[in-house]
Write a protein that binds this ligand. Structure first.
Ligand SMILES: [Fe+2]
Length: 287
């Protein structure tokens, strides 16, 4: 197994690992160390059955059942199939429901810790993911802005974000009606690294305690504009077999739009299997 940097400051990549068998604790700790140090971990060249991937995902914490039930893989309620090949994907609110900056699970407690995306089918064009390094973005703030962000307590609901670029994901209204808003500071202190990062700046924050709606929108936009400067971004173009692990407590991401594909074998087919976790990986929690 070889772990190296993905870019100079953001992300690591792993080659020479076969996940058709669950890695032992030593390997898992190396993978977790690389993820937490770099916030993204790309594992290349995997050819896995659904259950292989599911068993690997379980090594990263408690698997979550997502609110979007129409994305669930039969027999694996925690696994989501994201793409453009099924009838449901003809609805752009489903196919392209994640093309705005967001942090997975910022609308719930405990917050989503890790998301992993396994690229099964990769279109010739589109279907990339942009990632934003919220830890380095936080480090680059002035001390006054760090304090302002830390003291800003935002209220979140799934799909309730009010910034101009927000896309309302499918099912948002029903989910909002059934959910309780959660409060998150605009700064998250990472439970493993202790490092601070900007947090939850898109898709779910709809107000900030003590501010008018306009002032809240302006403050979120201010920090989001800072965080999404090019020096904090990485655009990943997937190859089939890539698994991208995302430290959701220190990043945000957005998809690039994709068109409808007429079948899973079409040149423009996109199929991603997603798993997300709460809590710590057992191999990390045991140390
Ligand atoms: Fe996402």
């Amino acid at each position: 197994m070889k772990i190296q940097k993905l870019t100079e400051n953001f992300g690591a990549s792993v080659e020479g690992l076969d996940l058709s068998r669950v890695p032992d604790d030593t390997v898992m700790r190396s993978l977790a160390d690389a993820l937490y140090a770099n916030r993204l971990l790309l594992i290349k060249g995997q050819d896995l059955e659904v259950d292989d991937y599911y068993q690997f995902g379980r090594q990263w914490g408690e698997l979550i059942t997502h609110v979007s039930e129409f994305l669930r893989v039969p027999g694996y309620p925690e696994m989501m199939c994201i793409g453009n090949t099924e009838d449901k994907d003809r609805d752009p609110a489903i196919r392209n429901g994640a093309v705005h900056w967001h942090t997975d699970g910022s609308y719930k407690l405990p917050a989503t810790a890790i998301t992993m995306l396994y690229a099964r089918k990769v279109p010739a064009n589109g279907g990339n993911t942009w990632f934003c390094d919220m830890a380095r973005a936080y480090d680059a703030l002035t001390d006054a802005d760090k304090a302002l962000a830390r003291s800003s307590i935002a209220n979140h609901l799934f799909g309730a974000g009010t910034d101009d670029d927000e896309v309302t994901p499918a099912g948002a209204a029903q989910t909002q009606a059934e959910a309780t808003p959660v409060k998150n500071s605009l700064v998250k202190i990472h439970p493993v690294t202790g490092r601070s990062a900007l947090y939850g700046l898109g898709q779910s924050p709809y107000s900030i305690d003590g501010l008018s709606d306009d002032d809240a929108r302006a403050r979120i936009r201010y920090f989001k504009s800072h965080a999404t400067q090019p020096e904090f971004l990485y655009e990943h173009r997937y190859e089939p077999g890539d698994i991208m692990l995302i430290d959701c407590l220190a990043t945000m991401h957005k998809a690039t739009p994709s068109e409808v594909a007429e079948s899973p074998d079409a040149d423009n087919a996109r199929i991603m299997w997603r798993l997300s976790t709460e809590g710590l990986p057992p191999a990390v929690a045991a140390v």
